[in-house]
Design a protein around this ligand. Structure first.
Ligand SMILES: Nc1ncnc2c1ncn2[C@@H]1O[C@H](COP(=O)(O)OP(=O)(O)OP(=O)(O)O)[C@@H](O)[C@H]1O
Ligand SMILES: [Mg+2]
Length: 246
């Protein structure tokens, strides 16, 4: 198993956000966690990637195993340096004053001492520009001038630039028109099929997420309440009622 989350509890100060969440992701899979606003989706991804942010949640108990070993004490920059995982955060967080090209190059900063960094940059940029031709057309444009959908593609591109083959995505469909949203998921699926990138995606848009992933978990107020294959979840009475509009 690539990732095993075991009975994870996390809080923000004295506010608990996850009450013992367990799930796993195998190498090469596309897995989704679906849930409504405030269910704990972002908290789950934040506790996996543990970006050093003041608003990050604290793990109070449970464990996170990566290839069988706990990463609870692994520094977040080590996760990037060792290409273990890369997060596409909620709200994109791209650099508005840098061009698309520069944003992608910046994402390889963790590998700045790697003598092959330039090879890495050219190989990975090519992959990303092939995946997202729109980004290629806009490669000299500043990030802040991109449309929301293009910014989301750039955010995915930046995660891929870390060289990791395990990508965590926080609501990639957010704010995207249906056409762009499907373009995004098609590109992600291609990445999974052709490049064997493992994907964990959290989504409020359960329909899209379950059409994209092969397995999923339903997160409700900090707990996993239902799990199964995407077909099982799409057919599940409660999932249909609460998350798929009946
Ligand atoms: N920085 C924070 N400080 C305090 N509580 C927080 C913080 N961030 C999230 N929470 C709380 O933790 C719980 C889970 O929030 P989380 O952001 O993980 O939900 P989510 O599923 O990502 O929701 P959304 O779909 O709105 O993004 C909520 O009750 C939320 O109010
Ligand atoms: Mg969220």
């Amino acid at each position: 198993m690539l990732l095993e989350v075991q009975n994870l509890k996390v809080s923000y100060g004295n506010i608990e956000a996850l009450y013992g969440v367990s799930f796993n992701v195998d190498k090469g899979e596309i897995v989704t966690l679906i849930g409504a606003n405030g269910a704990g989706k972002t908290s789950t991804l934040m506790s996996l990637a543990r970006l050093p942010r003041p608003e990050a949640p604290v793990v109070t108990s449970g464990d996170i195993l990566y290839n069988g070993a706990s990463i609870l004490k692994t520094e977040p920059h080590t996760l990037i340096q060792k290409k273990m995982m890369a997060l596409v955060p909620e709200g994109r967080h791209i650099f508005g004053n840098l061009t698309v090209d520069e944003n992608l190059q910046m994402a390889t900063y963790a590998h700045r001492r790697d003598i092959n960094r330039n090879v890495l940059i050219s190989e990975l940029s090519e992959l990303i520009y092939t995946l997202f031709p729109r980004l290629y057309e806009r490669r000299k444009q500043r990030g802040e001038l991109l449309s929301g959908g293009e910014q989301q593609m750039l955010a995915v591109g930046r995660a891929l630039m870390t060289g990791s083959d395990f990508i965590l995505l926080d609501e990639p469909s957010m704010g995207l028109a249906p056409k762009l949203m499907y373009e995004m998921f098609r590109a992600l699926r291609k990445l999974n099929t052709d490049k064997h990138v493992t994907i964990l995606v959290v989504e409020q848009n359960a329909k899209v997420a379950l059409e994209f992933a092969s397995r999923g978990y339903v997160l409700k107020t900090g707990e996993i309440i239902i799990q199964g294959t995407s077909e099982e979840l799409l057919a599940h009475h409660e999932v249909r009622k609460a998350y798929l509009g009946g």
